[in-house]
Ligand binder design. Structure first.
Ligand code: ATP
Length: 238
């Protein structure tokens, strides 16, 4: 079976600084794949490159059988690769409903868009209750829900989530991570970057540990959850 996403020897540099130093991994349809690692390891850089926001300095990205080199970011969204970025980047002055509509900016099927907005409200009822309010009035966790809902509005084949639980209360974190599991159960394919390594590994089919721009360890989520070096470095064990 060919993978939905194939990343081969990907390199990304900021000027002379190589932030991603030749990483390779695949994401099969229906899987959750996670990238974990300390701050500055290159995880966000990897997602931004897959989205077309940064240009790789080397390697190959194949999405749904198509090379992504030189394809602009909006075209990559229309191919089915959606990105819920670190820091959320919602539009605070627009309403929640308007933010969701913006996630569908490449679509013209009005009825389908309405259906998917309703689906976002089903997934996150608070968004429905406050649909007419400015998004800037939402709490951090609710803004994260909106960012995920907005990314889903492009009807992606692959959803990339960058640090969805960052800065959230434990209860909100649980809710967000439960939704990630729910999306997978519905058949969504997810590439997850998460600082909560325990949660990410528990959810993931495949996991990769990044350190200073390289993948240093790969395995199933369960393998890495039980790996001694991972437990010491990322799960806070002595
Ligand atoms: P974090 O969890 O902090 O976001 P990360 O694993 O996602 O960490 P990146 O944000 O991808 O890491 O950063 C990888 C490296 O690239 C770091 O050394 C970072 O300082 C550097 N870097 C990131 N963005 C830029 C930029 N715009 N210009 C120069 N260097 C950058």
């Amino acid at each position: 079976m060919t993978a939905l996403l194939e990343v081969e020897d990907l390199k990304v540099a900021y000027g002379k600084i190589e932030a991603v130093k030749g990483i390779s991994f695949t994401v099969e349809a229906g899987q959750i794949v996670t990238l974990i690692g300390t701050n500055g390891a290159g995880k966000t850089t990897t997602l931004r490159t897959l989205s077309g926001l940064l240009k790789p300095s080397g390697g190959r990205i194949l999405f749904d059988g198509q090379p992504l080199a030189n394809i602009p970011a909006h075209k990559i969204v229309s191919l089915g690769l959606a990105h819920s970025p670190e820091g959320r980047h919602i539009f605070p002055r627009l309403t929640i409903a308007e933010n969701l509509q913006l996630g569908a900016f490449l679509r013209t099927d009005k009825a389908g868009i309405e259906k998917d907005i309703q689906r976002a409200y089903d997934l996150f009822p608070i968004l429905g209750e406050r649909r007419k309010q400015a998004a800037g009035t939402l709490s951090g966790g609710e803004q994260q829900m909106l960012a995920m809902g907005r990314a889903l509005m492009s009807q992606p084949k692959l959803l990339m989530l960058d640090e969805p639980s960052m800065g959230l209360s434990p209860i909100m974190m649980q809710k967000i991570l439960a939704t990630v599991a729910e999306l997978k159960a519905d058949g969504m394919t997810i590439l997850l970057v998460e600082q909560n390594a325990q949660a990410a590994l528990s959810l993931a089919d495949q996991a990769h540990v990044m350190e200073v721009g390289s993948i240093v360890l790969s395995g199933t989520g369960q393998d890495l959850l039980h790996d001694e070096s991972v437990r010491k470095a990322y799960l806070g064990e002595d």
